[in-house]
Write a protein that binds this ligand. Structure first.
Ligand code: NAD
Length: 709
């Protein structure tokens, strides 16, 4: 079946890209071949004097190159050849004797934008689905079909580097302002405007482009200025990537090579670097992660497509505290649902409503929404000290104190006022959903929805199926989480669920390292250098030491001696140091800034001990997570390795370039991981006993990810 239809409109050939049977257009090898054929036909037709490229899809122009084909390339040589093929295709487009106009509506990303850049004129719609960008670095790659060459020539080195190094995308208007497209129009007139532009170009008209303004002339046009731009970008990029992500620096190289030595040399360098990156482990892990998140979206573990389960339109949130208000704000902002926020006294309710609206105001400050939209979303949030309005809720999230009796009592109150079909979701971080269900009138409607703090930023939600949770409740929770912009994993009702379960031994191990004389800053520095966004002590201070301490006790009680808490957290709580929120924890926070506090080190470390070195710190902390992940996965806490790895990466920032704790085992080899863990067990005792699952995989030479995963 063909993807590209060739239509005629006067003297203009219109190529409509519409891949059959799939939601988006992708530049696969077959599509590229077909594109060349169609272009050839149009070129040969003497009645045609210009060409327009359009998409037949409602929300994608071309969403990118075919990553599956790339993943199948076995070697850097093959990947390099794919890039060179991309160059040949784009060069044919660019060299067309008849002008080509790209009419862009929807996603125009990666190879899609590289195609548009090779045409002679670009028009984008002002629609919100239109996004133009080169997100390759997010997959550990660089634009490999000429993007590193054509974009800087079109918009100048600074703008091009900004787009290529961050991978961010622009809507139509911003793309126009940046010079990426020549015109921006409403969708209804896109085709007409494209046809007119094509006719004008055929008549010899040329658009006026090029950087304007003094700064641009100094920095983009002049070689000395350009060298400055590259030196600065290189410094910033090296700092940001922390040595773990080679793609941004490679992109800089590819762009610079082209600007310095010409397009041809630029293409060669681009293909070379693309090949190296594609065959490297970072890109392979990031590509796997991309496939994993796509697969998770398609199959989370319950049938989210089920047409009989109604969408949540009215949400209740009980408990206007730290979490409840943020959940309320994000639900109104992102999901656009009506939110009723309940707490016990008026002062808390009004503070809570203001805090929820503040989440929405911040989105406007960041220009995610405009003022009328802010007003509309803010009006969705209302508050009550009773349960008025709860008779019409579709789903209620409870975020009251982490106390079983309180939660059970609140659950009873909620069930008494909401309709029978209403789902009640608990945001508990440690209490078993089963114990809440024991006290519920309609246990099949009770589910866990574990959000992470700060809710506005953290991309994960764990939906927990208690032993009696029905499909409808699980589906409603998954859908709401997604509408709130979150990645959702489905988790079994086990102590700590997935994320806190595998995090607990890590945070605890940090406490033991401290006791052995490692310094707080050294531990945090080693782990951030390793690739975590923050170190374990800074993380504990953010979470709150009272909260973390309670969770540690619950996990110790439920999972046994290997999770016996190190003394640090309880001691600090006893001193009233609860972390950042109280102005002091492992660190001090004068004026909100994190600072080392030697008094904590003195009180908690063993003076005079020979402290664990950096390699010890890194190995023990990493393997504490990996070992617990192996154990929890074998217990079925998550159904698939990919869910567990996504949970670790999105839940607490496990380094994405390692692919997650389970993938880490597969890549390093279970035997090797087991040996390293056993070495720690010999020195430190049974808390490092290797998980049965690791022992078994090591013996079989097996992997967590099977062929199908
Ligand atoms: P919080 O103390 O800030 O808020 C709890 C709120 O619940 C308070 O405003 C309190 O007045 C209210 N409340 C108590 N009983 C109530 C009742 N009967 N009706 C209505 N409101 C009532 O606590 P938090 O940090 O927001 O935690 C709430 C829940 O979220 C806990 O279960 C916690 O384990 C979980 N959680 C917290 C975090 C975190 O980082 N703080 C992360 C994930 C989950």
């Amino acid at each position: 079946m063909s993807t590209i239809a060739l239509e005629r409109d006067g003297r203009v050939a219109v190529l409509v890209l519409d891949a059959p049977g799939v939601p988006v257009n992708i530049l696969s090898r077959d599509v590229c071949t077909e594109l060349l054929e169609r272009l050839g036909t149009a070129q040969a037709d003497t009645a045609v004097n210009a060409i327009v490229l359009l998409s037949g899809k409602p929300d994608s122009f071309v969403a990118g190159a075919d990553i599956r084909e790339l993943a199948a390339a076995g070697s850097s040589g093959q990947a390099r050849e794919m890039s060179a093929e991309g160059h040949r295709l784009m060069n044919r487009v660019a060299a067309s004797s008849k002008p080509i106009v790209a009419a862009v509506h929807g996603a125009c990303l990666g190879g899609g934008l590289e195609l548009a850049l090779a045409t002679h004129y670009r028009i984008a719609t002002d629609d919100e689905v239109t996004k133009l960008g080169l997100p390759e670095v997010q997959l550990g790659l660089i634009p490999g079909a000429g993007g590193c060459q054509r974009l800087p020539r079109l918009v100048g080195a600074r703008t091009a580097l900004d787009l290529i190094l961050t991978g961010r995308s622009l809507d139509g208007r911003r793309a126009r302002r940046a010079g990426v497209v020549d015109d921006v129009v409403p969708l209804v007139i896109l085709r007409r405007v494209a046809l007119e532009a094509a006719a004008r170009l055929a008549g010899g008209w040329r658009p006026r482009r090029g950087p304007s303004g003094v700064v641009s002339v100094l920095l983009d046009r002049n070689p000395l200025g350009r060298r400055l731009v590259f030196a600065m970008a290189r410094r910033q990029t090296a700092k940001r990537a922390g040595g773990h992500y080679p793609a941004p620096l490679a992109a800089l190289d590819a762009v610079e090579a082209g600007l310095r030595s010409g397009m041809t040399r630029g293409f060669e360098r681009e293909a070379e670097l693309f090949g190296e990156l594609a065959a490297g482990s970072v890109s392979q892990r990031l590509v796997e992660l991309f496939f994993a998140t796509t697969a998770l979206r398609k199959d989370v573990g319950v049938d989210v497509q089920s047409p009989t389960i109604p969408a949540v339109e009215r949400l209740g949130v009980v408990g206007a505290g730290f979490m409840g208000t943020a959940i309320a704000g994000v639900a109104a902002l992102r999901a656009g649902v009506d939110v009723r926020l309940r707490d016990t006294d008026l002062a808390r309710v009004s503070r809570g409503v203001l805090a929820a609206r503040d989440v929405i105001a911040k989105a406007r400050a960041r220009r995610r929404i405009d003022r009328p939209e802010e007003a509309r979303r803010a009006a969705l949030v209302s508050g009550t000290t009773g349960y008025s309005g709860f008779g019409r809720r579709d789903l209620v999230i409870e975020a009251v104190f982490e106390d079983l009796d309180v939660k059970r009592a609140v659950l009873g109150e909620i069930e008494a006022v909401v309709p029978d079909a209403c789902v009640v979701a608990s945001n508990t971080s440690t209490l078993p959903i089963g114990l809440l269900q024991d006290a519920a009138r309609r246990p099949e409607r009770v589910v866990g929805m574990h959000f992470f703090s700060p809710v506005e930023k953290m991309p994960l939600v764990e939906v927990i199926r208690g032993p009696r949770t029905g499909d409808a409740a699980a589906v409603a929770a998954v859908r709401l989480g997604r509408r709130m912009g979150k990645t959702v994993i489905l988790v079994r009702d086990a102590p700590g669920f997935w994320v806190n379960r595998i995090l607990a031994p890590y945070l605890n191990e940090a406490g033991w390292l401290l006791k052995e004389g490692a310094s707080i800053e050294a531990v945090d520095r080693v782990m951030t250098r390793f690739g975590f966004p923050v170190g374990p002590f800074a993380l504990l201070d953010e979470v709150g030491l009272d909260v973390a301490g309670k969770a540690a006790v619950v996990l110790h009680e439920n999972l046994g001696e290997r999770l016996a808490p190190a003394p640090a957290v309880a001691w600090l709580v006893g001193q009233g140091r609860l972390g950042r929120k109280s102005g002091a924890g492992f660190y001090a926070y004068p004026r909100g800034k994190r600072r080392a506090d030697p008094s904590v080190q003195r009180a908690l470390g063993s003076p005079g001990a020979s402290p664990p070195d950096d390699a010890q710190i890194e190995s023990r902390l990493l393997l504490a997570i990996v070992n617990e992940a192996a154990r929890a996965y074998a217990e079925g806490v998550v159904a698939r390795p990919r869910d567990g790895d996504i949970g670790a990466i999105f839940g607490f920032g496990f380094p994405p370039f390692l692919g997650g704790p389970l993938r880490y085992v597969d890549v390093a080899g279970a035997g090797d991981v087991r040996r390293r863990i056993e070495r720690h067990a010999a020195a430190l005792g049974p808390r490092f006993a290797p998980a049965d699952a690791l022992v078994r995989l090591a013996a079989e030479g097996g992997r967590f990810y099977g062929e199908a995963a």
